[in-house]
Design a binder for this molecule. Structure first.
Ligand code: AMP
Ligand code: MG
Length: 420
């Protein structure tokens, strides 16, 4: 049997980041930059006011105090989006709004609150501003001025290749005047369930049959990870049908295949035979529970295939350990691991010499994370995944974990409202 790390390393050695494509910035959310972003402008592009108030020459008001204010003649007003047409001469001021360019001759801004153009009883400006104002507080050069280039300097590298695009990166790109951006392409992931017992969701249950849940879980996992699922439906447990489905997926341009079922030791586990003849496959026993059987290999054209186990919980746990990192790597991500926390176990756990991934519910109590199991842990009990928000990891060599001891939990989700 091989370890989880050995299996993952082998899989990752066969997948590479996909080639870049250009997408509109709003479509780049969650994607990974495939270019360095260098600014060809200063942001802000000009010195501007950080406050609503009066643009002044700071030496004029150097001695201003509430007791002996300094009077200045108001030459006019400048709003954001406009440029003052007059130059500030000694003894004058220009009314200025936040974001408006600093008028020529001015070197500082006095906020309204520090002038006679302010009604303290209403905490607001005077209704009818006067032609002359009294400045009650001194300002130094550059006070309340946002200097040109404060945010970004012309020629600066603002983001490097590999950056994951969030809303704030989209905003920065917009402020740089970028309509589109180069990101790694999303992998098309072919999803193929195998098994004569499988019915689709709309089909009535008949004796011996069950519904095909893996196709849906896998498609949703692929989407959530950032890939594009290509659903190939169910392959019957015959070599001919499975071969036909795999060829269809290749024709549809799959970058990665995810199959489920047919990789263990049953009589009808034909995936093994087909994959052996269609490509170069390896069949592994991974030292983990659930998820011991796993297949991996390359189809014609070097397209990787991950053969997940059939049991719905095993398939999901194996997806998180092997398929998710592979998809993330194809998307250009450097951070491939799921977030982990250390949690206090609220009940004891037993283990059997493989790495256990125990479905748990993590909650926060008195400043610590606590984990309790979701109950029945059978690898066919998919509701155990539905109840869980984490997988408690019990190492191979640990056979018993006492209640009250700490375990590492791989978080499946970060529940809304759970503090760090
Ligand atoms: P297998 O590895 O093909 O023997 O499948 C192991 C178990 O998983 C069997 O009980 C199957 O019925 C079940 N199984 C396989 N594929 C699916 C699927 N797509 N949806 C739900 N259960 C499945
Ligand atoms: Mg099967």
């Amino acid at each position: 049997m091989i370890s989880v790390e050995e299996a993952l390393a082998e899989i990752l050695s066969h997948v590479q980041p996909l080639e870049p494509e250009t997408v509109p910035i709003l479509d780049a959310q969650g994607r990974v930059l495939a270019e360095d972003i260098v600014s060809d402008i200063d942001i802000p592009p000009f010195d501007n006011s950080a406050m609503d108030g009066y643009a002044v020459r700071s030496p004029d008001v150097a001695g201003a105090t509430p007791e002996s204010p300094v009077g200045l003649a108001v030459l006019g007003s400048v709003a954001a989006g406009y440029v003052a047409e007059v130059r500030l001469e000694p003894g004058t001021a220009i009314r200025i709004m936040t974001g408006a360019p600093l008028p020529e001759g001015a070197d500082a801004v006095v906020p309204y609150e520090d002038t006679s153009d302010f009604d303290r009883s209403k905490d607001d400006r005077l209704e009818a501003p006067a032609d002359e104002i009294q400045v009650r507080v001194a300002v130094g050069a550059r006070d309340h001025v946002r200097p040109m280039g404060e945010d970004v300097r012309k020629g600066e590298r603002v983001m490097a290749c590999g950056r994951v695009i969030r809303p704030q990166e989209i905003g920065v790109l917009a402020s740089l005047g970028r309509e589109s951006v180069l990101v790694h392409r999303q992998p098309k992931v072919a999803i193929l369930a195998t098994g004569d017992e499988l019915l689709d969701v709309h089909e009535p249950l008949v004796p011996g049959k069950i519904r095909n849940s893996n196709e849906y879980t896998n498609a949703a996992l692929v989407t959530r990870t950032g890939g594009i699922p290509i659903r190939l439906g169910v392959a019957r447990d015959t070599e001919a049908h499975l071969t036909e489905r795999i060829r269809t997926g290749l024709q549809r341009g799959a970058d990665l295949f995810l199959t489920s079922g047919g990789v263990s030791v049953g009589d009808y586990d034909v995936v093994k035979d087909v994959l052996g003849s269609e490509g170069q496959m390896q069949f592994w026993q991974v030292r983990m529970k659930p998820g011991k059987p796993l297949a991996f290999g390359l189809l014609p054209g070097g397209v990787p295939l991950i053969g997940l186990p059939g049991n719905p919980v095993s398939a999901m746990v194996s997806f998180e350990q092997f398929a998710r990192p592979a998809i993330l790597k194809m998307l250009g991500h450097a951070d491939l691991a799921k977030p982990e926390v250390r949690a206090v176990l609220d009940e004891p756990l037993t283990n059997s010499g493989r790495r256990a991934f125990v479905r748990v519910i993590v909650s926060r109590k008195e400043g610590r994370y606590h984990a309790r199991t979701t109950g029945e842990q059978g690898s066919g009990v998919l509701t155990s995944m539905s109840k869980a928000n984490g997988l408690a990891i019990v190492p191979e060599e640990i056979y018993y974990v006492e209640e009250g001891s700490e375990v590492v939990v791989q978080m499946l989700d970060w529940p809304e409202g759970m503090s760090l």
